[in-house]
Design a protein around this ligand. Sequence first.
Ligand code: SF4
Ligand SMILES: [Zn+2]
Ligand SMILES: [Zn+2]
Length: 403
Amino acid sequence: MISRREFLRAAGRLAPVLGAAGLVAPLWRGAASAGGRIEEILRTAPRARYWTSAALAGADCAACHGSDRSVRDRRHAHDPKGVKCLLCHHGCAIKDGERGRCRARMNVGGELRSLVYGRPLAVHLDPIEKKPFYHFLPGASAFSLGTAGCPLRCRFCQNWQISQSSPEDHPAEFTPPGRVVAGAGSRQAPVIAFTYNEPTVQVEYLIDVAREAKKRGIRAAIVSCGFMNEAPLAEMCEVLSAVKIDLKGFSPDFYREVCRAELAPVLRSIKQAAKSGVHLEIVNLVVPTLNDSEKMLQGLAEWVAGEAGPDVPVHFTRFHPDYQLLNLPPTPVASLERAREIAMKKGIRFAYVGNVPGHQGNNTYCPGCGKVVIERSGFFVTRRRMEGGRCASCRRAIPGVWA
Ligand code: SF4
Ligand SMILES: [Zn+2]
Ligand SMILES: [Zn+2]
């Protein structure tokens, strides 16, 4: 994840490079106002997927009202131009001319459209360890991109400048899927990572880019909050090679109060991803006083070990004050060490300390003989002691995607 300072610095540094490569326009180009920009965005905004409305042929009342029989069984009128988005758990009911909570999907005359299709705002080449993926192509470069918009409102968001913005807030030239894949190819990046904001909001684009990438032998990965519904996640899993899901705190109250979201759908997504066969890793950003209690960490570790499996890597990463949580201190390293210890006691085989460069908890240890199989310093792999996916000392297979 990039910090605000890093994002602004990188935007300044990379925009001319990528602009020159014909990949994205420099962020300062395009003096059009936000109002003029939305007109331009709408010209390329395709019909979204995963929504319903009363006007659609064969529409099912239950798809909108869910299990609320009190509404279904009563005579009720439908807004002829209203739509219901079925992409994430919020299930926004959106009136004509309005948008959902993520700001990335807009009802235009009774049709839901994706405003972020082909509109990446941030494009960087990052080490895959930065996502973080530790058991997926270690040492690889990930061609990383993000758009505007997010269904969540995490008070600690480290990328709030884009995640909490609207597509028209930043100029972004239309970038067809093939251009993203060509950009990754020309930089010899074996992975395209959808990150920085919640990739679910760009599901249509993500799937098209990932399909195109597959043809060129490039894999796709997402860094997600896991708040999407089951059907879109199933479709994403078909084209993705790796999924990282944030399990932000093991409490429904924490999700409601700090992220304006719900815990249950995230747990459902983690189980679904674990079963799907894509490579899965989990991140828990440990925020002092908010989600670092013994009870929450124990609950999280026990749940992950039991429901996702003990081989799923779990990263306990360090919080740095950002966005609306500037009043809290950075996470003490001792808290991360305690979280890692709790996780390992609960049976998780690969628990990591994240965002603490040089910490021993960054390394991968063989669960068989205890020796270091991958040594890391910051986001870089400094030593490997693995052969063919196995520990070089005791030959135990280490779960992951290694080549
Ligand atoms: S994806 Fe966006 S519009 Fe759709 S339900 Fe979620 S927040 Fe609402
Ligand atoms: Zn109805
Ligand atoms: Zn070993």
